[in-house]
Design a protein around this ligand. Structure first.
Ligand code: FMN
Length: 186
């Protein structure tokens, strides 16, 4: 009888350990110039319980739209890698990394190239999301996948910038579809 109790106790302890391991750590890294992508990142954060990280450049972009558009175009043509203003504390600890950005000139802003070249996504699950002015992903998914070649890249979500404040349900449906639940409540 004592032996059986011991076996039951160790089985319970083991299942607890497995459960603890299955709690995946989630990061939501995003860049936003005008606030749309930040809003989408916050909705993802609320629904997944992940950690938010804002990708910021050392040199800020002009606040004027047309000026920003020009700077971004020049950066893209030159293949610039704008330096990051802040570092992710412990990227190794994360299993799932959401990567969010606005569509800039048909792809990711150049600072996303800096980010994805700096942080190795090998073995992680990467989940792209973007906001846009009509061009949806552009060629950004191809560019992102090239930089995350050893990661599992899940189906992303692209939302038009002017619909982002009404997109909580779409975000919820998408997260459910790709099988991502609140990592802090599993
Ligand atoms: C520099 C710049 C370039 C852009 N290029 C595109 C583009 O090529 N295609 C598109 O659909 N939208 C483009 N947009 C619109 C943004 O993708 C859209 O407004 C987005 O929601 C902005 O996100 P944010 O508020 O997080 O910065 C551009 C905006 C900026 C500022």
């Amino acid at each position: 009888m004592k032996k059986i109790m011991c076996l039951v106790a160790s089985a319970v302890a083991l299942s607890g350990a497995v459960q603890a391991q299955s709690k995946e750590k989630t990061l939501i890294a995003y860049f936003s110039w005008g606030g749309n992508t930040r809003e989408m990142a916050k909705q993802i954060q609320e629904q997944t319980g992940g950690d938010l990280f804002e990708i910021k450049t050392v040199e800020l972009y002009p606040t004027d739209y047309n000026e920003c558009v020009n700077v971004a175009k020049k950066e893209q043509q030159a293949g610039t890698r704008p330096p990051l203003a802040a570092e992710v504390k412990d990227i190794v600890a994360y299993d799932v990394v959401f990567v969010g950005y606005p569509n800039w000139w048909g792809t990711m802003p150049q600072v996303l190239f800096t980010f994805l070249e700096k942080y190795n996504m090998s073995g992680k699950t990467v989940v792209p999301f973007c906001t846009h002015g009509g061009g949806r992903w552009g060629r950004s998914l191809n560019d992102l996948k090239k930089l995350c070649s050893d990661a599992i890249v899940l189906e992303g979500l692209a939302i038009s910038g002017n619909l982002v404040r009404r997109s909580k349900d779409d975000v919820a449906k998408w997260l459910q579809k790709i099988g991502i639940t609140n990592s802090k409540q599993q």
